[in-house]
Ligand binder design. Structure first.
Ligand code: V0V
Ligand code: CO
Length: 146
């Protein structure tokens, strides 16, 4: 079941400047930064709140590390701004994706890929979701360090 907003993904050109904006403006100081080579991003997860299902809600700031990455393409076309929303599941992300695919929504990957902080992720095509690129996230349980 989808039980929380896991994160909102925001495309930016300068990750360090964006992290500093959110720190200075809103006081968000719980920041995890990592590089995801496969997705072509350097990204920051700014924790906003814990969620009732044991997960949490974040802002995800995304800077491209390659010109052919989805974020680079998005920035070239739209400039900086909201790139995707991500729902968190309390179950298996592959089962979640298959259930949604059965409703006629295109799932982008045949199998889940690695997301931030060891999560398992997949995406739904924006053209099947009212123009919203939508991600599904299975977080690593908190007891394992998230
Ligand atoms: C593209 N489109 C979007 C969009 N990106 N619409 C809403 N939101 C977006 N973010 C629209 C675009 O305007 C076009 O519409 C159409 O889709 C085709 O777009 P395109 O520019 O030709 O790009 P494509 O088709 O090459 O790629 C689009 C997709 C791609 C969604 C397939 O971006 C993708 O595979 N995304 C999933 C991976 C990803 O985004 N990774 C970065 C985040 P018109 O103009 O034809 O009407 S990584 C992440 O979140 C991680 C690691 C994590 O959370 O842990
Ligand atoms: Co994301």
């Amino acid at each position: 079941m989808l039980t929380r907003i896991d994160h909102i993904g925001i495309a930016c050109r300068d990750l360090d400047a964006a992290v500093e904006f959110y720190r200075r403006t809103y006081g968000f100081t719980d920041v995890h930064i990592e590089v995801n080579e496969e997705q072509g991003v350097r990204e920051a997860m700014l924790k906003i709140n814990d969620a009732g299902d044991g997960g949490a809600t974040y802002l995800q700031l995304l800077e491209p590390i390659r010109d052919d990455s989805p974020i680079a393409k998005f920035l070239a076309k739209n400039g900086e701004g909201v790139h995707h929303i991500a729902f968190g599941t309390d179950g298996d992300v592959q089962e979640e994706a298959e259930g949604i695919a059965a409703k006629g929504v295109r799932v982008l990957y045949d199998a889940p890929r690695r997301g931030s902080m060891g999560s398992r992720i997949n995406f739904l095509h924006p053209k099947d979701c009212g123009g919203v690129l939508t991600e599904l996230v299975q977080a690593v349980p908190k007891t394992a360090g998230r």
